[in-house]
Design a protein around this ligand. Structure first.
Ligand SMILES: Nc1ncnc2c1ncn2[C@@H]1O[C@H](COP(=O)(O)OP(=O)(O)O)[C@@H](O)[C@H]1O
Ligand SMILES: [Mg+2]
Length: 355
């Protein structure tokens, strides 16, 4: 039976203070601050290249920060500077890279890691059996890990992180490369760890995959934390009303700028005057792929009616509106999708320049 533990969630167990890591000119992690309380599950979410793995590698002491510090509390003592703890940090379990483990069997591999973490020798076998069973891998105990499917390998990686029963579990992209069903399984295991009172820090580029298991999300982009709150609160701060307006014909590039200017002027009374720059820098935007206009308005129903009237009457000769809707997906989801897209195109630009 799994014993549910009562935990004091007020105690900070991991603290990142002004943490910065540079690689040459690139600031991969830019002065980040984060506090993780005992028993919490925190998601570090950001697009590829945002700085998640670099952050985790600093916590794992694989990389040294350029500045800032990492504090950790072990066994209810004071918060201690990670640099001053000389031994391996056995109260943390890490899954960092997708494990690829040569010829070892699951059993040999887990035994090896348990020994590495000084887990009591007389308890190792029982611990391995328990975990293999919990992750439904018992029958694979004596099979070489290199013959495992991606999902099974990832599970072995998670078991490896848990093998010495650490208080804090840090997982880097535990769902990467897994099919949707296996991703659901991972969420289930995260919930099990939560019920055991563990503190969990999980990095992912898939916001909605992990947001439902996290107490709070730290959004990271270009090395900076741009929001740290519950998913609900993050979504609230981004609350904007938005209208999507699909056109019959595309707008010609040469006509775009004057048209957007005119639209912004004519729709001005109804537009969002307090638009969050994270959502959009301008209130009327054209999306060529969708052949549509996105309008950030003040959220009033009357405004919606007036906007539609204006579009149809005053812009009759410019375009024909064929659909006028309010999106149903959350703003946070869409802002995040934009972040990912921006990062991808930035990466492509860099690649193009190198060619
Ligand atoms: N060892 C390294 N040397 C140089 N640049 C690196 C190194 N590791 C990571 N980077 C760069 O730092 C940035 C952050 O990378 P990373 O932390 O791996 O991002 P994430 O895990 O969020 O995808 C990226 O631009 C990446 O190319
Ligand atoms: Mg990474």
């Amino acid at each position: 039976m799994i014993k549910e533990e009562k935990v004091d969630k007020s105690e900070i167990v991991l603290k990142l203070e002004n943490l910065t890591k540079r690689f040459g000119d690139l600031t991969a992690v830019n002065n980040i601050n984060l506090e993780v309380h005992r028993g919490e599950t925190i998601g570090l979410v950001g697009p590829n290249g945002a700085g998640k793995t670099t952050t985790i590698k600093m916590i794992a002491k694989i990389l040294r920060p350029n500045s800032g510090r990492i504090l950790i509390r072990s066994n209810h003592s004071e918060l201690q500077d990670l640099n001053k703890i000389s031994r391996t940090i056995s109260q943390i379990g890490f899954l960092i890279d997708i494990p690829a483990f040569y010829n070892m069997t699951a059993y040999q591999l887990l035994r090896y890691f348990a020994n590495l973490q000084n887990y009591p020798k007389n308890k190792i076998n029982q611990r391995i059996d328990e975990l293999l069973e919990r992750f439904k891998l018992s029958e694979w105990k004596y099979k070489p890990v290199k013959t495992f499917s991606k999902g099974m390998t990832q599970k072995i990686g998670i078991i490896q992180a848990l093998i010495h029963d650490p208080e804090i579990i840090i997982l880097d992209e535990p769902q990467t490369g897994l099919d949707p069903l296996a991703r659901v399984e991972i969420r289930k295991y995260i919930r099990e760890l939560q019920s055991l009172g563990k503190t969990i820090f999980v990095a992912s580029h898939m916001l909605y995959e992990i947001s439902e298991v996290c107490d709070k999300i730290a959004l990271i982009n270009y090395g900076s934390i741009i929001g740290f709150d519950t998913v609900e609160n993050l979504a609230l701060t981004l609350k904007t009303s938005e209208l999507n307006c699909v056109l019959l014909e595309p707008i010609k590039p040469s006509e775009l700028e004057p048209l957007i200017n005119l639209l912004t002027e004519r729709l001005d009374p109804y537009l969002d005057k307090d638009l969050d720059p994270m959502v959009s820098k301008i209130p009327v935007k054209y999306y060529p792929e969708q052949q549509g206009l996105k309008i950030f308005y003040d959220g009033r129903n009357e405004s919606k009616g007036d906007i539609l009237k204006t579009l149809i009457k005053e812009f009759e000769s410019d375009f024909t509106v064929i659909s006028f809707t309010q999106p149903r997906t959350s703003q946070l989801e869409r802002v995040y999708a934009e972040m990912v897209k921006d990062n991808d195109s930035k990466e492509k630009n860099i690649l193009n320049k190198e060619v």
